[in-house]
Design a protein around this ligand. Sequence first.
Ligand code: HEM
Length: 504
Amino acid sequence: MNFDSSLILFLTSTSVLVFVFVLFRTNNLKYRNLPPGPWKLPFIGNLHLLSGSAPPHHVLSNLATKHGPLVHLKLGEISAVVVSSADTAEHFLKANDVVFASRPSLLAPEINCYGNTDIAFAPYGDYWRQLRKICSLQLFTAKRVLSFRPIREEEVSELCKSVALNAGSAINLTEKVGATNLNIMVRAAFGKNSGGGEVSELNSIIKEAQEFVSCFNIVDVYPSWRLLRVFSGMRRKIMKHHEQLNKILDSIIEERKKAKGNDEDGDGDRDLLDVLLRLQGDGSLQIPLTTDNIKSLLMDGAGVESSTTATDWAMAEMLKNPRVLKKAQDEVRATFDGKNHVDESLFHELKYLKLVIKETLRLHPPGPLLLPRESREHCVIEKYQIPTKTWVLVNAWAIGRDPEHWEDPESFKPERFLEKPIDFKASNTFQYIPFGGGRRICPAIGFGIANIEIQMAMLLYHFDWLLPHGIEAGDLDMNESSGLSGKRKCDLSVIPIVKRPLLH
Ligand code: HEM
């Protein structure tokens, strides 16, 4: 039999079209009432909207203005919704919290966090519940955070010494604050002092790990294309990085286990590694912790970058608003002038500084889209269908600037929190959610805030701050970087003037 090739072509294309049409209809019938959203292109959906240089939370906030507080997007193969109002966030993070309490599996944490066995990316379930219990009863209790006070005070004093060495000339404050936060975290986790070898290698690897999760990764939105992971080179790059990290962590843990063996007194937990090794050894956990689990928990260093971002923005906002800078500085100096140095014992008196930090986190949440959630089952929210495995991006940045809840929302006014006593825990409102909300809210709020407070208090106490020559307060670049981290686009360059010398 001889077939006409044009007929074959005709039949093939017709059947493909019919197949695509049926598939489209079936999907649309199944989810006829998805939330509104922009027109989706074949294959890429709405990915192109996020491919420009504007930060994703800005693009998504503009979409919300057009389509409403609940927007549906297609990101490659992924169905996603974006939440941009306090009321809608409440549906996801409170009323249906348990449905949206999981995270999508993303390549970077999957490799770097030993198969998503850390807290931030572990899927919702018994293992994650056990980790949260360890957080609230062991790792981030008020007592534990207090036990790290000497580390914070020492490291921030070192920061001030290094700033003082460059007094009178422009310094990169962002970089210095970033290094300090990394040192605090590494010492709290491993008890290791900075200053060379293994620790500085660990610091730079942790910094690199943050880069992997600070942008949307194309391989994550085409999960069925396993080969894309290989051909894009992404998997190899992350694996190489992970192997370096793993080697250092193994050596630190091995060294600690040996030291513990020789430590006959067993004089308590000095750092987070001690706590986790104790829990691993004492048989008290329902699901035993493996050494890989411990390594992944210690790598949940999200907080390092968040604290740096917050301090960076707080300093930038104050330089732009000299009234606020002076008021905060007067408070810190009035509180500590009797002592001639800053320590945490009088922090309860720094009422205005606390307002400055709150206002900074409203305008510049370090996780503008929180961490992505994933629906565990099909759900209906505000009459719209949310299919299983939909990603949920909550735009905390847009919610903190919503004119419906915030008067003059773009202005930096710490005093607004005097009239609006609102806490970090999203207990009764979702108008302010820099730490997220519901079951997966940040478990280390106290730790994060303690880091920011000490840095700000010491930097304000010891130094006056000027912008480099030629830059007026009104000209300070307040743009954000293009990724998911809410960081400043440009590092903060400032001139410190010593006003209260460091005595030791
Ligand atoms: C200013 C400082 C910080 C900010 C703004 C911040 C913010 C956040 C946000 C927005 C989330 C996601 C919450 C959600 O999905 O609803 C989160 C989760 C998390 N944060 Fe923080 N964080 C900070 C500091 C820290 C620190 C210092 C640590 C640890 C050392 C930490 C550890 C975690 C962990 C482990 C999670 C995952 C929780 C889970 O999925 O169950 N954070 N954080």
